[in-house]
Design a protein around this ligand. Structure first.
Ligand SMILES: C[S@@+](CC[C@H](N)C(=O)[O-])C[C@H]1O[C@@H](n2cnc3c(N)ncnc32)[C@H](O)[C@@H]1O
Length: 228
């Protein structure tokens, strides 16, 4: 079975029958993730928004409520998206594989693109070229993902074998540095000992990532230049 066929089967089940927070530890971690991502989305008013690996579609629905003009959610789990199409017809739900050039060619361009917990299933750094092409000039990409040095990555890799590949942050920074017109920054989110108030503590934004202890998640923002 190819890695993608494996993930289609896995995520069809999770998106249909799993908890609303999918693969997050719990709903609080999911909510904090959405908050962190929306905080750096800039205004969504009248924007065209794409969510890569939209899962159960919660971020797409938030983007719509926040005034986005067009919202598109894409995911490998196309059967699960059928239910979303029926319940939320004002959002475009597209089953498909972002790694497929023919599928990408049908998507158009977007002012804001999200990838929450889907980067670990995509080839890095190649996917950044595609994302760059899908971003309109002046557009912004916001992602949250585990990277290769995250504390629990070894366990998750053992669970899913070579199919689960959290990216190298060095590879992402090297890619970003080839695009002088891009503004970018990352921060780390680390699970706190005491999670009564918030699951994660967040580090400051930086373009020189390096932490005393590896964070559990990386948040990345790429801002495409207006003329780029
Ligand atoms: C862990 S879930 C995250 C879902 C959602 N972004 C969230 O934060 O709740 C990862 C999602 O990425 C999707 N995905 C993985 N590889 C993909 C690909 N090549 N093209 C489109 N979607 C993909 C999976 O089907 C799954 O729904």
């Amino acid at each position: 079975m190819t890695a993608n066929a494996y993930w289609v089967e896995y995520f069809e089940k999770v998106c249909k029958d799993g908890p609303a927070w999918i693969d997050y530890s719990n709903e609080r971690v999911q909510l904090q993730t959405f908050g962190a991502v929306l905080e750096v989305s800039d205004s969504l008013l009248d924007r065209r928004v794409l969510d890569i690996g939209c899962g159960r579609g919660a971020l797409c629905r938030l983007a719509q409520v926040l005034g986005a003009r067009e919202v598109t959610g894409i995911d490998l789990a196309s059967d699960a998206l059928a239910g979303l199409s029926a319940r939320h017809p004002d959002i475009t739900w597209r089953g498909g594989d972002i790694t497929e050039p023919d599928f990408r060619a049908t998507l158009g361009t977007f002012d804001v693109i999200y990838s929450l917990e889907s980067m670990q299933y995509l080839p890095v750094p190649e996917c950044f070229d595609w994302i760059h092409d899908l971003l309109a000039p002046g557009g912004r990409f916001v992602a949250m993902f585990p990277y290769e040095h995250c504390p629990i990555v070894a366990d998750t890799k053992a669970r899913f074998g070579g199919k689960y590949v959290p990216p190298s942050l060095d590879a992402i920074v090297a890619w970003a540095d080839t695009k002088p017109e891009l503004g970018w920054a990352v921060r780390g989110l680390r699970f706190q000992e005491d999670q009564r108030v918030a699951a994660y503590a967040t580090s400051p934004w930086t373009t020189s990532p390096g932490w005393d202890a590896p964070p559990n998640r990386i948040q990345l923002v790429l801002q495409r230049g207006k003329a780029g």
